[in-house]
Design a protein around this ligand. Structure first.
Ligand code: G6P
Length: 372
């Protein structure tokens, strides 16, 4: 019913507009005066002190949240982290045991491939923790520990607000475990917690200031047949997410690449007029990575690509080479993905709308895949 959509034309539009709340609600009650502590994990200190490795398993958009989370988990816990698609993980003979923590991520908590991978990990003796958006779902019930995302019900098939909530939960988990293990200082946690708390208002800024312009731009691109996305570091999974969202709801061929791979293949795809979104890392976080990505932009531009840069406010280096710049507010290095994904969600939705497609119920897809 229209009422359920809160006045928005689709559930997806409503859910994108709820991205700031999804982050804020996932943070609620888990940061107190710069100290991160997740009440649901009380009593599990020994479990977290006893692990020597983390494996993140998920499918679809949740797997991309996991890929973003890997950077924070490694940085703040100093534990090695691997991210695996649940359906790939299970059909090998992975090296896991009692000191492995397997973190599953699932909005629905019912994805069969993820559930089976969790059961498999448990049987192999690993510890299991579920990041889930649905209270009482099957995957959290099968896990040793649960961190709920509080994004609220997600109805549209393509996941949006759950994605930012999943990254938020992974960051909280990384800080919680990192602090317990003495891998991150109290003062660093305090600063990082402040960064996290600032994310919702920064997403709101993007929604309020750029939404209309991005939608207009998306409508102008409605006849495009192929879109490429490039990103590096935490921008890489965001490029994958941007491409996934576009194929899911617009049926346009889209692919995401690690920017560093450009010269190993994808650059052969560049021909005049080819649209390429480039997620540009902040020059403040890493002048080196920023310079490398700007040089990628120059390389594809020289071959005629139409460049759409997603770049932080004030980054003037992209201006001479980008046909379009979508701005995101300044944020700490690991926090950019929570912002850079928002214009990509708006873009995919705007383009689907311009093509007259049902964004909530794309063809051939299900919200929750409960078969293998
Ligand atoms: C389906 C949905 C995706 C979702 C994926 C994983 O493919 O269409 O939007 O990312 O399942 O779902 P989960 O509920 O496990 O996060």
């Amino acid at each position: 019913a229209a009422a359920d959509k809160g006045g928005w034309p689709s559930f997806m539009a409503k859910e994108v507009s709820e991205e700031p709340e999804a982050v804020a609600n996932t943070l609620r009650g888990r940061i107190h005066d710069g100290v991160v502590s997740i009440p649901e994990l009380d009593g599990l200190d020994d479990l977290f002190r006893g692990i020597d490795r983390i494996i993140v398993i998920a499918c679809g958009t949740a797997a991309y949240a996991g890929m973003v989370g890997k950077y924070a988990l490694e940085q703040w816990t100093r534990l090695p982290v691997d991210v695996e698609l649940a359906h790939e993980f299970r059909y090998r003979d992975p090296v896991i045991g009692p000191s492995t923590l397997v973190v599953s991520i699932s909005q629905s908590g019912e994805t069969m491939d993820t559930l089976m991978a969790v059961k498999f990990a448990r049987e192999a003796g690993a510890k299991t923790l579920s990041i889930c958006n649905t209270q009482g779902a099957t995957i959290p019930r099968e896990s040793d520990a649960i961190v709920y995302t509080h994004a609220g019900p997600e109805v549209a098939v393509a996941s949006t607000k759950a994605f930012v909530a999943q990254i938020t939960a992974l960051y909280l988990l990384a800080l919680h475990v990192g602090r317990l293990r003495g891998a991150v200082s109290a003062s660093a946690v305090e600063e990082l917690a402040r960064e996290l708390e600032a994310v919702p208002s920064k997403i709101t800024w993007i929604l309020e200031n750029d939404r209309a312009r991005i939608e207009e731009f998306a409508a102008w691109m409605a006849d495009t047949r192929s879109v490429l996305f490039l990103g590096r570091h935490v921008g890489y999974p965001i490029a994958l997410e941007g491409a996934l969202k576009l194929k899911e709801i617009t049926y346009i061929h889209a692919e995401g690449f690690a920017a560093g791979e450009l010269k190993h293949g994808p650059i052969a795809l560049i021909e005049p007029g080819q649209p390429v979104f480039v997620i540009v890392p902040s020059p403040r976080a890493s002048a080196l990575l920023h310079a490398k990505v700007v040089s990628n932009i120059q390389e594809i531009r020289a071959r005629g690509a139409r460049v759409i840069a997603v770049a932080e406010e004030g980054d003037a280096a992209v201006l001479p080479f980008a046909d379009e710049v979508l701005r995101i507010p300044l944020a700490g290095p690991l926090f950019e993905p929570l912002l850079a994904v928002v214009p990509l969600h708006i873009f995919a939705m705007g383009l689907a709308g311009a093509k007259g497609l049902d964004v909530d119920q794309p063809r051939n897809l299900a919200k929750s895949v409960t078969v293998e």
